[in-house]
Design a protein around this ligand. Sequence first.
Ligand code: ADP
Ligand code: MG
Length: 617
Amino acid sequence: MADIIKLLPDHVANQIAAGEVVQRPASVVKELLENAIDAGANAIMLIVRDGGKALIQVVDDGLGMSATDARLSFERHATSKIQKAEDLFSLNTKGFRGEALASIAAIAHVEMQTKPEDAELGTVLKIEGSKIISQEVCATVKGTSMAVKNLFFNIPARRNFLKSNQVELRHITDEFHRVALAHPNIVFHFHNNGSEIFNLPKSNQRQRIVNVFGSKANQKLVPVEEDTQVVKISGFINKPEFSKKSRGEQFFFVNNRFIKSPYLHHAVVAAFEGIIKPDTYPGYFLYLEVDPASIDINIHPTKTEVKFDDEHTLYAILRSTIKHSLGQFNVVPALDFEQDQNLETPYAFKDKEAQLPGVAVDAGFNPFQQKVGNSGSAYRKDGHAVNKSWEGLYTGLESEIGKEVSFTSMQFESDTITGSVFAEQKESLESTSTTFQLRRKYIVTTIKSGMIVIDQSRAHQRVLYEKFLKNITVNEAVSQQLLFPLSLSFSKADRVILEEIKESLNTIGFVFGKMDAETVEIKGVPLLVSESEVGMVLDQLISDCQMEVTDDSFSQTDILSKTLAKTLSVKTGEILESASQIALVNDLFACKESLVSPFNKPIYITITENDIDKKFI
Ligand code: ADP
Ligand code: MG
């Protein structure tokens, strides 16, 4: 039989390798940024067009390359970073595989300009799909510029698989965050479609975090510092009250390289145990320095996973370091003079003495924000209790929140200003049906065959969800003009998402005014949203949209409606007067789907007379 095994031609091998290295435009961004850092750049500029599909360009002022190196850098397994296998154990660079440029050049149009400091002239090189188109000398400055155009031009399947420009941009921004946070001593610029979205001066770790995430970030940070023989830890954790229901703002850097580590994440979460609500995640920016010989970053092609020699020790040190920082922070609360747009959420009531809400001493006082606990004013004009941030969801827990609820209910019983959310239907229904509320959680009502028990919160979620969905699709939402427009600040990344969902937000009644680098003006809000809730509602919408990366407009609408329904619905623990109960029941059964909540949870159960009879046997 004739021999049939052949070596693959280089460009085919490169294309195959590219499948691993380059998943999407963000992977190219990561590789190019890392190369610039490895080249010792002091300033790096990232330029992106159309979510990276049209152009990704990285310009650095690093070492540059000679004409020969410029040519060689596109060969597979060509690297200046390691020479022998042992070098892998003392790695100080991001790259070492020597396959990024070869892979990128196999699936895109690449133009490189580069010049080392000591050369008179530089090199300009063009490659398309692994084929060198031209190589010439040129006059240029020290450093390297890599422009990658038309990514996946020769692999239509991959190109079609890419998401919308906004979604790809979001992935790119994530990569940019990781690199920029790891290297505060490097200047970064980031331009998207001609406008600058980041301009990060050289700074310390804390300033870099604030420059990336916006001035709001500053007041959240608690420093972390530890130096042991195994590891040196520095960085910040977010104060417990800022922990979020969604992931995000969780960063580990090992020797200035961003890594993912579920194990170390667990160590941090364990340190927060008992002081943050279940199902919320603390934010952190932790920089670990370890002996390069004690880690193996070779185990994953995209290199965000790391194998540590002594994970258990690292876990223990990390956990106790964080606990220590949290303890310190409790003793010495940070003084914050900046206004806080978030609702302050006390997290350790058990150890604190009861305090009256003190406006006079509250530096973060915001006149548009209603405080938890002022139940007198905590009712919206439509009579619906303003939901108490996300606490409402935790009313089942034995905690300060539980107390909070009974406090409110005391007020309730003394002055029964429990207007109706569903006021319109009040008259017609009151006299005909009987309902009662069970444990401020269920509405019980009779039906011909027996009775039904309805989860009030889920029922209201369903009603609101269908209402918002309809508003968005038929575009008939009513919005209330704010007398004084609100101005809220968002991080750059949040701004990107906000821009993306702005149109849908308009259709449900948000009216936006001026938007500048730091702040967004809000001139109108949907009828159902009160002024004090706007910040919270938008934060929640943004983080929900962030979690569910999506670009088709239907699922965006769906996420928005779900989030609004969840945020604005009546919660467990809230008392509903009987007209509200009746109206809710009727609204529920007028829904297209009344069996399950928007989150697919059962809304009600029925108990027939027969069921009851059986119990009496
Ligand atoms: P690796 O980074 O793993 O070495 P790459 O394919 O990313 O592999 O790059 C190949 C080589 O090209 C690098 O080892 C480096 O010598 C050179 N190189 C790439 N980008 C730059 C840059 N921006 N400045 C200077 N040299 C670069
Ligand atoms: Mg590289």
